[in-house]
Write a protein that binds this ligand. Sequence first.
Ligand SMILES: C[S@@+](CC[C@H](N)C(=O)[O-])C[C@H]1O[C@@H](n2cnc3c(N)ncnc32)[C@H](O)[C@@H]1O
Length: 302
Amino acid sequence: MGRGKKTLKEHALAIQKRYRELNAKEGFQTKEELDAYFFYRTPATQAALRKVLAHLEPNRHKTALELGSGPGSSYPVLKDLFFEKIVYIEKEQGFQREYPDVTWVIRDFLEDFIYPKADLVLFSYSLGELLAQEQLDAIQKAIDAMEKTIVIVEPGTPHGYETLMRARDFFIEKGLHINAPCFHTAQCPKKGAGWCHFSVRLERSKMHRQIKGGTLGYEDEKYCYVIVSKEPPKKKLFTILDTPKIEKYRALFNLCTPNGQKILECKANNKELFKSMKKKGWGEMLDSGILSSVDHFKNDLL
Ligand SMILES: C[S@@+](CC[C@H](N)C(=O)[O-])C[C@H]1O[C@@H](n2cnc3c(N)ncnc32)[C@H](O)[C@@H]1O
């Protein structure tokens, strides 16, 4: 590993330590830290964002506003989803990169100003850096700016979940519709019983491994999220809350429902269904079409 990269690794470790100790408010201290952040965090952020934004209705969103955009990690993900115009609001000057179709606004989004309107308003790993009241102030301004949807993504930790629950309660109070991972406004079934989060596996490049100091060729990024819209969701989709238990004669799925967590059982004698259900994983969603072909617990679910 060259000298430059060693430095990058040291900077990455310093940032990691601050985030673990929840001192992210201190911000990035040097240009090298900004670069280190870009190299060590962007792949995982993008992997989580791809998973989350895949739940958006295709081709409905053309403009995006991201609050606390960092280096614009979301850019390739948004472009792959055909976003045409993106506004990034970020307080750190050094993160600004040249991307077509992007307007950078370098300022603190907690300052007193009206956010530009956009189909999608995104907080990606930024809300949890704020104090509780600041979070709600920023969310209120995001609600005023949203044309269609707000998405919040946070680390899949108890702190990230707590941030999301505060936001979810606020959205419900404001009469907005929760789309995912739950389609309902009942209490989160994971409250008091762990925390709702998901996981995405991504490959680590050689450089990524060197910066992170790990030997594995992959990492699992844990994240949690909420998708909120002005319109009610078109479909009621039941999210699989944990890794399904696939056995020889049956598969068991722990689902998020308005009536709490419910275990759905799919028996192997229902051959076609069993074959397709065996492929479903943690975080995937099941629509009520599939549910109606499974006899077990279906009355409990709706
Ligand atoms: C953990 S980084 C996430 C960056 C990017 N969204 C991503 O997912 O990779 C959080 C970012 O939010 C920015 N941020 C936090 N509070 C902010 C505020 N009040 N105004 C503007 N930017 C803010 C930080 O400077 C930092 O770049």
